[in-house]
Design a protein around this ligand. Structure first.
Ligand code: CP3
Length: 344
């Protein structure tokens, strides 16, 4: 007999450490530009942020990939940069380039920002909207960026390859940087508790730029802030699963898993599944970690990679996902093929 299944939600049960008879699957950035229905709604609304702040449209975009593919999880359509926006920075997206934030906190003091927490309200409305529409079997995930990753955008005012501006700032003015991290933690806890009250079943913390930090800085700016966020959420919602995704952490995943209190760990595509299986606690669910480029390539590369990942994680709770977000030029038929491979 398989484990008693308490909930019809395959993904939620797996996050609670219960191996299911099928491996649940969702994809990071599953709502987005590879879908024609997304591109159409986005062009009608005029832009990405306009979509995020329109609860009906954002709910529709959240549900689009569930309707088309039947993923086991829906992830709230929003962005990690809503938190800096609610902390009072200006936020816009430069066409073809990416996000811009002003004033940059390498030039301006944190105290010059005027907090605008009302910006969270539209996102909570999206959550209520989605929760009222999803089927029982679909797990609904909220998210926030982790403080380090969010701080890289807030300090530099844009994305970068190596986060050098922020790494230097954290060394040169550690007290000011620690204050920024503290403010991001506080806003993120408020934001995540708001998402939970509005109806999400689980949370993912995205630390996309955790990979460029030295071990000591990783302890300080990745592990400690994530541990605090998780502890503060668990104090209110002890049973709500939290997935930690410190992209690029490599061997530092061991300390991350031990010290943050995350219920499940997301693996990027550079992590060897065998290594993760051997070095991370046997009872902790792992999520990942197909290379998004193998999904674009399709064919044998896709089939072999999917089979390998499923095989290595056969005996532990595992959620199938990519190692990072799905890319805009991913063919839809390859996503369909992926689902067939995972579910057969
Ligand atoms: O996973 C999902 O489908 C949920 C929605 C989601 C988005 N961004 C939508 C989005 C999530 C969870 C994010 C997280 C996010 N945002 C991260 C962490 C994860 C990661 O990918 O590393 C980061 C670093 C951001 C910041 C951000 N947002 C950047 C750098 C960009 C521009 C780059 C790009 O891909 O265009 C965005 C824009 C963004 N966020 C888009 C989407 C669908 C594209 C917007 C568009 O042009 O339509």
């Amino acid at each position: 007999m398989p484990d008693v299944i308490e909930s019809p939600k395959l993904l939620l049960n797996t996050l609670r450490g219960k191996k299911q008879t099928q491996t649940p699957v969702w994809l990071m950035r599953q709502a987005g530009r590879y879908l024609p229905e997304y591109r159409e709604l986005r062009s009608q609304k005029g832009g990405f942020l306009e979509l995020c702040y329109d609860p009906e449209c954002a709910a529709e975009v959240t549900i689009q990939p569930i309707r088309r593919f039947g993923f086991d999880g829906a992830i709230l359509f929003s962005d990690i940069l809503i938190v800096p926006h609610a902390m009072g920075q200006d936020l816009w997206f430069e066409a073809g380039e990416g996000p811009r934030l002003a004033p940059r906190l390498v030039d301006a003091a944190l105290t010059s920002l005027e907090s605008a927490p009302a910006r969270f309200e539209a996102i909570y409305a999206t959550v209520r909207n989605v929760a009222s529409q999803l089927e029982d079997k679909t797990t609904f995930m909220g998210f926030a960026g982790s403080p380090w990753t969010v701080a890289t955008y807030m300090t530099h005012g844009q994305g970068s390859k190596d986060q050098a501006v922020t790494r230097r700032y954290a060394y040169q003015d550690e007290a000011a940087f620690a204050e920024l991290i503290r403010a991001i933690i506080d806003h993120s806890v408020t934001y995540l508790l708001g998402q939970i009250d509005a109806g999400v079943d689980a949370i993912q913390l995205f630390d996309s730029w955790a990979g460029t930090l030295s071990p000591a800085q990783f302890e300080k700016w990745v592990i400690a802030p994530n541990a605090e966020i998780i502890a503060r959420i668990k104090a209110v919602h002890p049973d709500l699963p939290i997935i930690g995704f410190p992209k690029g952490a490599g061997a530092k995943l061991v300390a991350y898993a031990r010290e943050t209190g995350a219920d499940a760990i997301g693996l990027d595509e550079t992590v060897d599944p065998f290594w993760a299986h051997d070095n991370l606690p046997a009872d902790i669910p792992l999520q990942g970690n197909l290379d998004p480029l193998a999904l674009i390539a399709g064919g044998e590369a896709l089939e072999n990679s999917v089979r390998h990942i499923l095989q290595v994680f056969e005996d532990r709770p595992h959620i199938f996902n990519l190692g990072h977000g799905i890319l805009p030029d991913t063919p839809i038929e390859h996503v369909e093929k992926l689902l067939t491979l995972v579910r057969q």
